[in-house]
Design a protein around this ligand. Structure first.
Ligand code: CO8
Length: 257
C-alpha cells in the first residue's frame, strides 16, 4: 500500500510511523487512519520489529478527527460507515506502541495517543478533548480511557468544559510517562522503544496483554456506548452548527436542538 498521509520507516528494531498532514495539524481523516492501521499491522507481523512509535511534528501530534470531512454527515451515515471501527483496531496490535507527542493532541488525536501503550511528551504538548465545542463528544475512546488515565473529576472538566492540560499536568495525573524538552522528545520515545524491543519478545507481548486485560475490563461496553452516542449526535442541529462554525471560523450559536 502506498501511503500519502503518513511516513513509515524502521530504526533498528523499532517501527516508526509519522503522521504527515501538517497543513491540517495532522487532522485524522479516514485515509490517514486506514494507512496508520495498515502500517502498524505490518509492523506487528514483522519479526524484525519489537516495538513501534507513532509521532507527528513539533506543532501537532494530531488536532483531532478531520472536522471538514465529517461536518455534513448524518447520524445514519455515521452509524452505517462506522469510521471509528478503524480506531478500534489499535486494540488488536500485540507489540508495544509508544506515542511521541509534541504540540496539540486534541480530540481524536488525544484519543489516538490514549490508545497507545505509553505516551512520551515534549514540554510543549497540550492534551484536550474539545468535542463539545463543536457539538459532539469524544467518540474514539476518550470518555472511557481519559477517565482511567486522569481520574473522573479532571476528565469531566476536560470533556465537559474544554479544559486543556499541558505536559507537566499530564505527567502529574499519569496520562504520560515522561516529559522531556521538545528537542529531545522524539529521541526519548525512540530510545524507550529500542529498549523494549531488545527484551524477550514473547514476554513483552504477554505482559502487554495481561496489563490490557486489567485496564480493559468493562472498557468494551463503554466504547460501544460512547461510539453510538457520538454517531447519534450527528442527528442534532448543534452538531451541524458546531462543525460549520469551525469551518467558517466563527463562534457557534447553540439552539439545543
Ligand atoms: N479538522 C480539520 N481541519 C483542522 C483541524 C481538524 N480537527 N484542526 C485544525 N485544522 C486545520 C484548520 O482548519 C486550518 O486549516 P486552514 O489553514 O485551511 O484554515 C489548519 O488546520 C491550521 O489550524 P488553525 O488555523 O486553526 O491553527 P491554530 O494554531 O489557530 O489553532 C487549534 C490550533 C487550537 C488546534 C485549532 O486548529 C483547533 O481548535 N482545531 C480543532 C480541534 C478540535 O476540535 N478537535 C476535535 C475534532 S472532533 C474529534 O476529534 C472526534 C473524534 C472521534 C472520532 C471520529 C472518527 C470519524
Amino acid at each position: 500500500m502506498a501511503y500519502s498521509s503518513i511516513l513509515v520507516e524502521t530504526r533498528g528494531r523499532v517501527g516508526l510511523v509519522t503522521l504527515n498532514r501538517p497543513q491540517t495539524l495532522n487532522a485524522l481523516n479516514h485515509a490517514l487512519m486506514h494507512e496508520l492501521m495498515d502500517a502498524l499491522n505490518a509492523f506487528d507481523k514483522d519479526d524484525a520489529v519489537g516495538a513501534m512509535v507513532i509521532t507527528g511534528n513539533e506543532k501537532a501530534f494530531a488536532a483531532g478527527a478531520d472536522i471538514k470531512e465529517m461536518a455534513n454527515e448524518s447520524a445514519l451515515d455515521m452509524t452505517r460507515n462506522d469510521h471509528i471501527a478503524v480506531f478500534g483496531r489499535m486494540r488488536t496490535i500485540r507489540k508495544p506502541v509508544i506515542a511521541a507527542v509534541s504540540g496539540w493532541a486534541l480530540g481524536g488525536g488525544c484519543e489516538l495517543a490514549l490508545s497507545c501503550d505509553m505516551i512520551v511528551a515534549s514540554d510543549t504538548a497540550k492534551f484536550g478533548l474539545p468535542e463539545v465545542t463543536i457539538g459532539v463528544i469524544p467518540g474514539a475512546g476518550g470518555t472511557q480511557r481519559l477517565v482511567r488515565a486522569v481520574g473522573k473529576s479532571i476528565a469531566m472538566e476536560m470533556i465537559l468544559n474544554d479544559r486543556k492540560i499541558d505536559a507537566q499536568e499530564a505527567l502529574h495525573y499519569g496520562l504520560v510517562s515522561r516529559v522531556v524538552l521538545v528537542s529531545d522528545y522524539f529521541n526519548e520515545a525512540l530510545k524507550l522503544a529500542e529498549e523494549i524491543a531488545a527484551r524477550a519478545p514473547l514476554a513483552v507481548r504477554a505482559a502487554k496483554r495481561a496489563i490490557n486485560h486489567s485496564y480493559e475490563s468493562f472498557l468494551k461496553d463503554g466504547l460501544a456506548e460512547e461510539k453510538q452516542i457520538f454517531y447519534n449526535l450527528f442527528g442534532t442541529e448543534d452538531q451541524k452548527e458546531g462543525m460549520q462554525a469551525f469551518v467558517e471560523k466563527r463562534k457557534p450559536n447553540w439552539t439545543g436542538k
